[in-house]
Design a protein around this ligand. Sequence first.
Ligand code: 3H9
Length: 700
Amino acid sequence: MGDVVSYSREGEIAYITVNNPPVNALSLPVRQGLQQCFQQFAADGEAKAAVLICDGRTFIAGADITEFGKPPQDPWLPKVIHEMEALDKITIAAIHGTALGGGLETAMGCHYRCAVASAQVGLPEVTLGLLPGATGTQRLPRLIGPKAALDAMVSGRPMPAKKACEAGAIDKIVDGDLKAGATAFAKELLAQGAKPRRLSEEVVDTSGIDEHFFAEYRNSVAKSARGFFAPEQIIKCVEAAVSMPYADAVKRENELFMECMMSPHSAAQRHLFFAERACSKIPDVPADTPLREIKKVAVIGGGTMGGGIAMNFANAGIPVVLKEINPEALDRGLDIIRGNYDATVKKGRMSPEAMDQCMGLISGALDYAGIGDCDLIIEAVFENMALKKEIFGELDKVAKKGAILASNTSTLNIDEIAASTSRPEDVIGWHFFAPANVMTLLELVRGAKTAKDVIATSLAMSKKIRKTAILVGVCFGFVGNRMFFPYQREAGLMMLEGVPAERIDKVAYDWGWAMGPNGVADLSGLDVLVKVKNEWTERPDDPTLWVIIEKLVEQGRLGQKTKAGIFTYSGRAPVPAPETAAIAKAEAERLGVAQRTDMSDEEIIERLMYSMINEGALILDEGIAIRSSDIDVCFVHGYGMPRYRGGPMQYADSVGLDKVLAAIEKYRARYGDTNWTPAPLLVKLAKAGKTFAEWSAAKG
Ligand code: 3H9
């Protein structure tokens, strides 16, 4: 037996202890160990009850995700759980930390469950594009009913122990030491003459559901589950749970689980699980780098962006000063923040007391002297190099020694901004995504002289304010916007070729994007894009680039904010605009762009995605992104790309880089070299039959 699971006994109680750091995942040795230890318990004549307990920070947090996508190795978890449940002596799971996925399924294979109050239990497989495939879809409905079980499995959200206890998933909350509490519970059960409670022998209580239940349930999750594969599979499993004998339903669960496992969705979602953990690891910044202390933050500029940024810190309990140039602007900024919080309270997502607490942490300042004691200062004024340099010159005079000076620039050169101070080592980019209090991405931009402890502190702070940060290098637009520009370029070019804006957006939406490229442009503000274009000194020599957007801005159509941009808006719903079609037609004639009537949906997606992926390959080769999975994190967290595509680089890897290259060559032959010269890295990898992920892993 491996060390990862051990057997011991004190009197009549046996203890089966899992010790597989960091999260006690159910790797093969753990499954083997559980099987052998429960067999030992069965054979131990002195043992009357067994407690399954874990060392370390948590109960079993699930199957070992690294094993998925490879051939399954015996013993397969459902078999281990089945054998445990079949025992004639009682078994009790003792839970602390997080009993997730296969961990909760193992606990449900025990006859009873106790937990400390701080524990959480859940079946988050759906977040990995999977379903609880070790009998979880059959056991949880038997424990807490089909509706509550579906809610838990389709959302993937864990339940706090007390709530799980009220629902029936846990039998007892233990105060104090878990082992002592579990032992007392085991003895109590023995004293009562409790028998093994085998969920597989119970039937699902269907009294709360009628014949419309599953159809209505599907409707109720249609929006949140749009495009995902696993939620529907989970619903099918619960349908089986209420309509089939247990053994047949378990077979059905297994078939549906294998379909999930083999799906590109699950591969993409599992890829993101590891990508989101890898992105905070910076090769030349050791994990134990001493951090600078951040007790107070300032935000320069109280517009929508600055206000949203300030809210992140207040939400995390960190005092923040909003600096504006006059009392009117400051009042306006504070009013926007108050309005945002108010809306959250009205939706029932925040208590009025929590709102007061957050507002109490936000103060205002009208001069730079008012922010001299701040440890982190984030400039969030509009995208203009001269203005940013002036502000950083002022900050250099007033900021205390060691303060981190950050710019929320979305495109500009951090080194140039840093050069306007006497302390470029303290300067870094903190690029938030709108709305800054909602979007979870943060692009941290490393300048040539940015100090390592500034990077380490920024990464640690981003976790504190619940952002997922990627570290990127200096170039125009960094990773996200630089790759989004070709995507928007192709959207504009296809309009010039006669494809309606609404068709492009529908195809992109149906592919999974939260919004099509034209809707995003209208939301960002077309005038903002024109300003970006003007600051972009090294842009490609292409007269068609964003030309429709420029003409729309000339007509005063700035996007959603003026109720008219590429689309016209009634409320927030876009309506096709004849004005845009007319501009496209006139500009196509002026620029000699041939009209297309045969554009397929496939071509629309290829041109949007492959133009972006080609830029991503250049970014990787230049070292602007550390690894291809960081780029994937960027697009899923900052741009509304669906998790089930895994991000642009994972998508390219899943399509096959040879196919991506062949399509790019096809467009190069048709449209020329300016926009479609394949990136050398893409060519190299496609020829070698490799992926971006493999290249990143080999780079280290
Ligand atoms: C499942 O159970 C399927 C079954 O239904 C059916 C089977 C037949 N496997 O997140 P952290 C690594 S599906 C492998 O930073 P935290 C993680 O990569 C599974 N590795 O810690 C990281 O490595 P590194 C259902 C795993 O304290 C390190 O552990 N279960 C696994 O912030 C620390 O992780 C889930 O989906 C794993 N299962 O959060 C739960 N889990 O240090 C997945 C973690 O090299 N896990 N690692 O970067 C979690 O949600 C969080 O890790 C947890 C701890 C909340 C447990």
